[in-house]
Ligand binder design. Structure first.
Ligand SMILES: Nc1ncnc2c1ncn2[C@@H]1O[C@H](COP(=O)(O)OP(=O)(O)OP(=O)(O)O)[C@@H](O)[C@H]1O
Ligand SMILES: Nc1nc2c(ncn2[C@@H]2O[C@H](COP(=O)(O)O)[C@@H](O)[C@H]2O)c(=O)[nH]1
Length: 205
């Protein structure tokens, strides 16, 4: 495998959002991008999982086959990649560079393995953990989303327990936000990012 260092571009500090599947990461990040158009840009990951109804190729993810994705990984095209619940996911160097070239704050929505691997790179993002109020509520949200088979749901809940343990490790995350009431969690997220948001707004005004 080729080395996976990224060319760091000068500009706003990227933000990594992680947390158990179903906790509400996409919901929060979509709100952020809607309110702050021209400030944030989403790093569009690659995945081998099939698109869900309503998801669009090149917007939610780049949907690829395992062969294509593995070839990209072997070629050193990815900053990080991970197997999650039976599928491959990964952040390409191009996805991050695409956002950074526009001087936007690059938002990454990645799992715990991605967090660990990004820490080994020179990307230097802020790490934010989004957490559920309880495992019962997490399960309710994941079931309510109606996107997972029972098998996938159980796998995701098992992984969630490991992710919650990891988040307790000292220094794993810079900020921890409990997503209980959505508006409160969103306000906390905005507060954590205020400094970076103000910097980008100042440059672009
Ligand atoms: N604070 C909240 N209260 C109630 N429901 C919520 C809250 N936040 C998100 N949800 C709902 O929970 C479900 C899961 O949210 P979402 O898809 O954003 O999770 P996710 O963390 O991005 O999951 P994944 O990692 O699997 O992509 C969605 O149906 C969403 O509408
Ligand atoms: N390590 C990475 N994890 C990623 C990436 N893109 C998404 N994810 C994580 O996968 C799970 C499942 O996502 P879903 O869309 O199938 O529900 C979730 O925890 C995401 O954060 C990535 O590029 N690298």
């Amino acid at each position: 495998m080729r080395e996976t260092t990224t060319k760091v571009m000068a500009g706003p500090r990227p933000v990594v959002c992680s947390g158990p599947s179903g906790v509400g990461k996409s919901t929060l990040l979509k709100k952020l991008m809607k309110e702050y158009e021209g400030v944030f840009g989403f790093s569009i990951s690659h995945t081998t999982r099939k698109p869900r109804p309503g998801e669009q190729n090149g917007i939610d993810y780049h949907y690829v086959t395992r062969d294509v994705m593995q070839a990209g990984i072997d070629n050193g095209d990815f900053i990080e990649s991970a197997e999650f619940s039976g599928n491959l996911y990964g952040t390409s160097k191009a996805a991050v560079q695409e956002v950074q070239s526009k001087n936007l704050i690059c938002l990454l929505d990645i799992d715990m393995q991605g967090v660990k691997n990004i820490k080994k790179t020179d990307l230097n993002p802020m790490f934010i953990s989004i957490q559920p109020p309880s495992m019962e509520i997490l399960e309710k949200r994941l079931r309510g989303r109606k996107t997972e088979s029972e098998e996938s749901l159980q796998k995701r809940l098992q992984t969630a327990k490991i992710e919650m343990e990891f988040s307790k490790e000292p220094g794993a995350f810079d900020v921890i936000i409990i997503n209980d009431n959505l508006d409160d969690a969103y306000a906390k997220l905005k507060d954590a990012l205020k400094e970076e948001i103000d910097k980008v707004k100042k440059v672009s005004s």
